[in-house]
Design a protein around this ligand. Structure first.
Ligand code: FE2
Ligand code: FE2
Length: 387
């Protein structure tokens, strides 16, 4: 193993018997006179020793937002569940390089129909942009507004996971040999994908302001609605719906490497959605606010309309074992579950589970062919629970 070069971590190790290059050996120039004034010998370094609050944080004073306790003190925990999310998130370790994609390359070129290729490439086009949005939402808009460090620490992990997901899609796109610039730009040129991304982007832009004053009712409502959208819809429903057409291919023995990648991502997303919903419910309780039920219902209906347009495009020509109708029914069924967790009225009464195989298919706990895929099971080995 090569030694770490502190000046250039990517530098190759020096050749044995050769002294490492130094400033002196590389540059033969004479030493340059410094123009910096030298401090006077008796100058005292300026360090602030002003009086400050020395009281430890009182757990009862901690708040999700609008708190004034020291955010650099982790304990005492007001939200021990947030720390548990962080510990659990750290049990899911993988990188996209751990999963064998060889068969996917063959499947894409020799087995997928044109309609299935249309589904696969457009799902990738949607997801690549989606995960960048998810990363920016948590990292740039949400984290800075939290006033309890245990919440920020899980969210920091979430930011990393979103970037890992982006790497995963990139790895799939690269391995299969798709045109990267075309795939990444597709959400801009395909209106059916763009409208769905645009809906999320508007929510993000409404809260990505460091001067947002969450003590003002209007601003607070805007923030809570945006977080509800990202936790409940964007991560809680749309990722799930985003992955399901690929799981349908996996069920038929196709694109199994990609599907396995998505299974790992879904593990993370289950935690993200659940954490976001919990934070939203906590804010509503602490800030003693009531969201407008009409605005909530409208948000769900807009999400449904956006999903219908998107799904109508990716499934414009039928593929075996997966239909537009079942996709939309499953969206509404999952939306009702998320709405219940958020204590909303049921947005789509009567929606039924149209894809009963999906939870099991998405689950990691299944027999693996050791020659096809590297087994990188979770430490917990626990079943995936959507509630
Ligand atoms: Fe993600
Ligand atoms: Fe996420």
């Amino acid at each position: 193993m090569s030694s770490l070069n502190w000046d250039d971590p990517f530098a190759k190790s020096p050749t044995p018997h050769m002294p490492p290059a130094t400033e002196e050996t590389v540059t033969a120039s004479p030493p340059v006179e410094t123009t910096q004034p030298k401090p006077a010998a008796d100058a005292t370094p300026q360090v602030s020793v002003e009086p400050h609050d020395v009281q430890p944080v009182n757990v009862n004073d901690k708040r999700v937002i609008n708190g004034s306790t020291d955010v650099n003190q982790l304990a005492p925990f007001k939200y021990p569940w947030a720390w548990e999310y962080f510990l659990n998130a750290n049990k899911n370790h993988w990188t996209p390089l751990d999963i064998n994609m060889t068969q996917d390359l063959h499947d894409f070129n020799h087995k997928l129909t044109l309609e299935e290729k249309h589904v696969y490439t457009n799902v990738m086009a949607y997801l690549t942009t989606s995960d960048i949005l998810a990363m920016r939402n948590i990292g740039l808009a949400v984290m800075e507004k939290m006033t309890a460090p245990e919440l920020q620490i899980y969210q920091a992990r979430q930011v990393y996971e979103e970037s890992l997901h982006t790497w995963t899609y990139q790895h799939c796109i690269e391995t299969i040999g798709l045109d990267q610039s075309e795939i990444y730009n597709r959400y801009r040129v395909v209106p059916e994908i763009h409208q769905k991304i645009n809906m999320a982007n508007k929510r993000l832009e409404s809260v990505m302001r460091s001067d947002m004053d969450l003590t003002k009712p209007d601003e607070l409502e805007e923030f809570v609605m945006a977080y509800t959208f990202f936790g409940g819809i964007f991560e809680g429903c749309w990722f799930y719906n985003g992955f399901s057409p690929i799981f349908a291919l996996q069920r038929r023995g196709l694109m199994k490497g990609t599907a396995e990648q998505l299974q790992y991502i879904m593990r993370d997303e289950v935690l993200h959605a659940s954490f976001g919903i919990r934070v939203v419910n906590q804010i509503i309780k602490e800030e003693n606010i009531t969201l407008d039920p009409a605005k909530i219902q409208q948000m769900w209906e807009e999400a449904d309309a956006a999903e219908a347009i998107y799904a109508g495009y990716i499934l414009k020509d039928p593929i075996l074992g997966y239909s537009l109708e079942s996709h939309m029914e499953q969206f509404r069924f999952i939306a009702n579950r998320r709405a219940k967790q958020l204590k909303h009225e049921t947005p789509f009464p009567g929606a039924e589970m149209a894809l009963p195989w999906l939870d099991e298919q998405a689950n990691m706990r299944k027999e693996k062919n050791f020659f096809e895929t590297k087994v990188t099971e979770y430490q917990t080995g626990a079943a995936l629970k959507w509630d």
